[in-house]
Write a new protein. Structure first.
Length: 635
């Protein structure tokens, strides 16, 4: 191998220039370094490049960097090692290195969720995204859908909050990761079934792809874990944020931390929101508070105990639909063509026009019309509708067809209410350099109550069906315990970590608790219920309702033609261009099914290995996990 050398007399001028440039760059004022972290990092990179070039010109390898713990937020200064003169007239500065393990702004370099051991994201062979508290604040994120808008391969569900959970394993909403519905929502690594607030989130970590080895059986889409803000033993300024938006948003959040020396700290984070929306009857009322107390009884800091309590009460109404109904459906109702009548097989009817109108009149009749339209045209692939428009179309008081962009398809009085009361205790210890321990016990008492219904138009272009769909009263009382041991040892240049642990989970829960509101709506408090014309079938009206005067005697509601409406027609034939929207809340109470209360038990044990070798260029993950699930039936 031939070694190429550069004559000394040719490198000396350039070396002097490099040395002077390096020396000048080292003379950065401390104040500048403290106020511009980005400039500091740029200077560090330039210094490293200059040293490398200088070493190449000198024909020798760069000297080993001196250890330093100076962070970018502090002053930049070279190590105090003496300067050497390898060649006369050439000044060689001893190299130094600035390192830090802090996260800057949106940049989070470590993942807590990924392997449950803790590892740098760039060293983990998994697709991981971390949304920091700064990012959540700057983007005004308040829900999972908001977060998934900024997540690759994620798909949000704008109407997810008005949708009930499907069962104990499928959370509220239809949001997806990698095309699969997400059913692993975690809070500090523990399953969180109900809706959660990001007001107290320090970060939200998203692991995309299968992760059953670390989190148990679940959808292959991924795992979403939000990590709450923890007490700090250093001083953190109290912050209060007040938000007012053009979309009637009003929200206040606060974050306060109090440290009591080096051994105790307390943090309280909370929020209050009373916001409207861009549709009628939309609102979001949210009260949440999270309190944490951390105790570190020893000066070594090798033991930390944290107690946390959280309460969330969130009630809301949101629009769940938009206008997709085809104009041809309404035109066919107004003037049915002979081709449509023939396609429906009604040509021989005594009054084929009226018969066809009755055929496509009801909500959902656009599908029947679509089939008739395809058969009549001979094009069986023709689309029923091709566009979606915000709002709705209907006839105003003057029988003019108008476009109402504030129309809310979720009925007046429909709501969803999430109520969560959660407590947890965490004990973390490092009794030895090669061992970390963690024990967490969580008690979660969550409720999900909802009154549901979506309005749909009739083919006449005037009326809407506003009848209640259902109501639901879900709950879950859960006790979750986790215990982890992490063994650490470097052997033969390989950094080894072994996680051994397990969890037990017991819960009493009820899902799919539909009430009978949709089948037997409670019309007693609706105007017309005490009048024979409004209640022609003499539907039962409790004496307490009538005698208490909740419904004025003989009060009725008339349509735009002066005809008295029955109590059922008040809802099933609602005329938004003429009438006040009916409130469906009195039609059904939050109730549960007769078969109520089911017990479930889950247990798991796992051993996970993580190894890093070849100077951290290769990461190996392996493990084994065993799970058990048992349903005990009705309690």
């Amino acid at each position: 191998m031939n070694k190429q050398t550069t004559p000394t007399n040719r490198i000396r001028p350039f070396a002097r220039f490099v040395s002077l440039g390096l020396a000048a760059s080292l003379a950065v004022p401390a104040g500048f370094a403290q106020t511009d972290a980005a400039a500091v990092r740029r200077i560090q990179e330039e210094n490293a490049a200059l040293r490398k070039r200088l070493a190449e010109l000198e024909g020798r390898a760069p000297a080993a960097p001196a250890k330093s713990t100076t962070t970018p937020a502090g002053p930049i200064a070279p190590a105090a090692a003496p300067m050497s003169t390898a060649d006369e007239g050439i000044t060689v500065l001893s190299p130094f290195q600035v390192s830090t393990d802090k996260d800057f702004g949106y940049l989070k370099t470590n993942s807590i969720t990924a392997t449950r051991i803790g590892v740098e994201i760039q060293r983990t062979p998994l697709a991981i995204e971390v949304k920091s508290a700064e990012f959540l604040s700057d983007t005004n994120a308040s829900s999972i859908t908001d977060i998934l808008r900024y997540t690759s391969s994620g798909s949000g569900d704008n109407a997810f909050r008005m949708a009930r959970p499907a069962n104990g394993a499928t959370p509220q909403g239809n949001f997806t990761m990698r095309g699969f519905q997400v059913n692993s929502l975690l809070r500090n690594g523990v399953t969180q079934y109900g809706s959660w607030s990001v007001d107290n989130a320090e970060r939200v970590e998203i692991v995309k792809g299968p992760a059953a080895l670390f989190f148990g059986s679940g959808a292959p889409g991924g795992v979403i874990n939000y990590v709450t803000k923890q007490p700090s033993f250093s001083k953190i300024p109290t912050s209060i944020d007040y938000t007012v938006g053009n979309d009637q948003k009003t929200k206040v959040t606060f974050d306060t931390n109090q440290n009591f020396g080096k051994r105790a700290a307390m943090r309280v984070v909370g929020g209050w929101e009373n916001s409207g929306g861009d549709r009628r009857w939309e609102y979001d009322k949210n009260n949440n508070i999270t309190g944490n107390v951390a105790i570190s009884p020893f000066d070594s800091g090798k033991l930390k105990i944290t107690f946390e309590a959280q309460m969330i009460d969130n009630r809301f109404n949101e629009n769940r639909q938009d206008w997709f109904y085809p104009d041809g459906w309404f035109q066919a109702y107004a003037t049915p063509t002979p081709a449509l009548i023939a396609a429906a097989g009604l040509s021989a009817n005594a009054d084929p026009v009226t018969a066809y109108r009755n055929r496509i009149f009801n909500p959902g009749g656009y599908g029947t019309w679509g089939n008739d339209m395809r058969n009549a045209s001979g094009n069986l692939t023709q689309a029923t509708y091709t566009k979606i428009i915000k709002g709705a179309y209907y006839q105003d008081r003057n029988n003019r067809r108008i476009h109402d962009t504030s129309f809310n398809y979720t009925e007046r009085g429909a709501y969803t209410n999430n109520n969560i009361a959660l407590t947890s205790a965490t004990v973390e210890g490092s009794p030895f350099d090669w061992l970390d321990t963690r024990y967490v016990i969580t008690k979660d008492n969550s409720r999900f109550d909802a009154i549901e219904g979506i309005m749909n138009p009739y083919a006449d272009g005037r009326l809407f069906n506003s009848q209640i769909a259902s109501s639901a009263g879900y709950y879950r009382k859960l006790t979750d315990q986790q215990f982890d041991l992490v063994f650490k040892k470097d052997i033969a240049g390989i950094k080894n970590k072994l996680l051994a642990g397990g969890f037990t989970r017991k819960s009493i829960q009820q899902y799919n608790a539909n009430s009978a509101g949709a089948m037997f709506p409670f019309y007693a408090q609706i105007p017309g219920s005490t009048n024979p014309e409004g209640n022609p079938n003499n539907a039962f009206v409790p004496a307490g309702v009538a005698q208490a005067g909740q419904v004025p005697v003989n009060q009725v509601i008339r349509d735009r033609f002066g005809v008295i409406k029955t109590v059922q027609q008040v809802f099933t034939q609602y005329d938004p261009g003429f009438e006040i929207a009916p409130d469906i809340k009195p039609l059904a109470a939050i109730d549960r099914t007769l078969l109520d209360g089911y017990g479930a038990q889950d247990q798991a044990g796992y051993i996970n290995y993580q190894g890093q070798l070849f100077n951290d260029r290769l990461t190996i993950l392996a493990g084994v996990r065993r799970e058990m699930h048992r349903d005990s039936g009705q309690v």
